[in-house]
Design a protein around this ligand. Structure first.
Ligand code: BG6
Length: 484
């Protein structure tokens, strides 16, 4: 018989952002500096994966002393700080039932290690949450989205220091207590795997301060695992029906060929990526990592009780970002293309975005099935989308059919995955309103349904306008995914 899959009732539809990519107002109302505030805009010709995200002690010194001439677009964002009412009203017009944002930790604890929170920072998120409630939009709040307070970098080299765990837990407790009647769905660390790729972005860690940077980033990661579990414990005490999610930049690897060597390589790459959710969801370090740690001379320092904490307080649900799939090869020769966190060999069956990210909707179905088989926990897609150049027509309209096409195909595959039995609870597209790119700090890499008039050099009126995809997504939500 024919099988027709449907989205469940109460499925969350919406979009996701991060404080450092939208808020601006980086030094307003008592906010302190965070890692993101140091990230510099580097023109395309000079940009590499490393220099666009990793920051050196020398760059920090120059920025703080005023010697630096670099622009820091994540300090500017799109001025959501002053426009949140108008922006949330636009999201509501599309019918959003959920909206993900992060709390900029250094708005609440300006240095990270302060004893008492900054009331003006707490008030700002109260205002945002009240505005969402007014429009019946469920908030999904990330505690840490590449926004480690700079004070913690200065004192402890960010997450390398054990002390950072306690400071994070105090911050988490503060916001759980303050927003306990307003927020149920939380996420501890955005793309926790980032810390092993760009330790500064993911953990406020300056690698040039470490003799063994590899050791430092896995130590920092261990601290984040412990901090996430301790925050989960606090969340359940303070908000009994609150749910904590972990967040992984899921990178599904296919073998480049049927050669068993490539198949093995793909399995290894997938393990390296799933390691993070394995710890968060299963509550222990997987066996396969022991070999990796020995081979790389990594000795994680654990305090007594760490393993028990991780075991006792696993996450309640799994969240992922999914943008693309990658190829794994035992002998990686051939044409390489850019990817979100890692680059990949080119897959001849797939097209890529203007930034080289390979578009693979069926890969999303594969990914969701794999994750559900592995954990049997609810899954929430909290990022997906395509960064593209948009053209504003003379009459102001923006015909972004490439975006509609990308999203439609991914939503179709989500529906199939639900039919396969996956417990998928929601879908949040990345950057529903144009924002500053994480990896390139560009404005021209746009994800939004809502256009923001601002260019890579920071010029523009900041005026918001609706793209074609705005009206399309509205219909998708209205029909609960039936009208694609
Ligand atoms: C994810 C991040 O990696 O991808 C976001 O969580 C980011 O912060 C998004 O913006 C898209 O990446 P980019 O580099 O195109 O902004």
């Amino acid at each position: 018989a024919q099988f027709k899959s449907k989205f469940p009732k109460n499925f969350y539809w919406g979009g996701a952002t991060a404080a450092n990519q939208i808020e601006g107002a980086f030094d307003v109302d008592g906010k302190g500096l965070s890692a993101a505030d140091f990230v510099e805009y580097i023109p395309k010709e000079e940009r590499t994966k490393d220099n666009a995200m990793e920051i050196t002690s020398e760059q920090i010194r120059k920025t703080l002393s005023g010697e630096s001439t670099a622009r820091h677009p994540k300090r500017e964002g799109i001025d959501f700080y002053h426009n949140y009412k108008e922006d949330i009203a636009l999201l509501a017009e599309m019918g959003f039932t959920a909206f993900r944002f992060s709390i900029h930790w250094s708005r609440i604890f300006p240095n990270g290690y302060d004893e008492t929170p900054n009331e003006a920072g707490l008030q700002f998120y109260d205002n945002v949450l009240d505005e969402l409630a007014k429009h019946k939009i469920e908030p999904v709040v990330t505690l840490s989205h590449y926004e480690t307070p700079y004070g913690l970098t200065e004192r402890y080299n960010g997450w390398v220091g054990r002390e950072t765990v306690d400071h994070f837990v105090r911050y988490a407790e503060t916001v759980f207590t303050r927003y306990k009647n307003k927020v149920k769905l939380w996420i501890s660390f955005n793309e926790i795997n980032m810390i092993t790729i760009s330790p500064f972005t993911g953990g406020g860690i300056l690698s040039d301060k470490e003799d063994n940077p590899m050791q430092a980033k896995y130590q920092g990661l261990h601290h984040q695992f412990v901090a996430s579990s301790l925050a989960t414990k606090k969340l359940h005490e303070i908000i009994p029906d609150g749910k904590m999610g972990c967040m992984l930049a899921r990178m599904t690897f296919y073998p480049n060929t049927p050669n068993p060597e490539d198949v093995l390589k793909a399995q290894k790459e997938n393990q390296d990526n799933l390691f993070f959710t394995d710890v968060h969801a299963r509550g222990e370090y997987p066996k396969y990592m022991e070999r990796f740690f020995i081979e790389n001379d990594i000795k994680i320092v654990k305090e007594t009780g760490d393993d028990e904490i991780i075991k006792q307080y696993p996450v309640d649900y799994i969240t992922i970002s999914y943008y693309m799939s990658l190829l794994a090869s035992a002998s990686p020769e051939g044409e390489v293309t850019e990817g979100n966190l890692l680059n990949s060999l080119k897959n001849p069956y797939l097209q890529a975005s203007d930034w080289g990210w390979q578009i693979d909707p069926i890969g999303l179905r594969v990914t969701l099935n794999d994750l559900y088989d592995r954990y049997q926990l609810p899954i929430f897609i909290v990022e997906n989308g395509i960064g593209a150049y948009d053209k504003v027509e003379e009459d102001g309209s923006i015909h972004d059919d490439y975006r509609i096409d990308y999203l439609r195909k991914h939503i179709e595959q989500m529906k199939e995955a639900i039919g396969d039995g996956v417990d998928l609870i929601g879908y949040l597209s990345w950057g529903p309103i144009d924002l500053v790119s994480m990896s390139t700090s560009e404005m021209s890499k746009r994800y939004g349904f809502i256009y923001v008039d601002k260019d890579d050099e920071g010029n523009g009126t900041l005026e918001r306008s609706r793209k074609d995809s705005f009206f399309w997504y509205k219909k998708v939500i209205e029909s609960n995914g039936e009208e694609l």
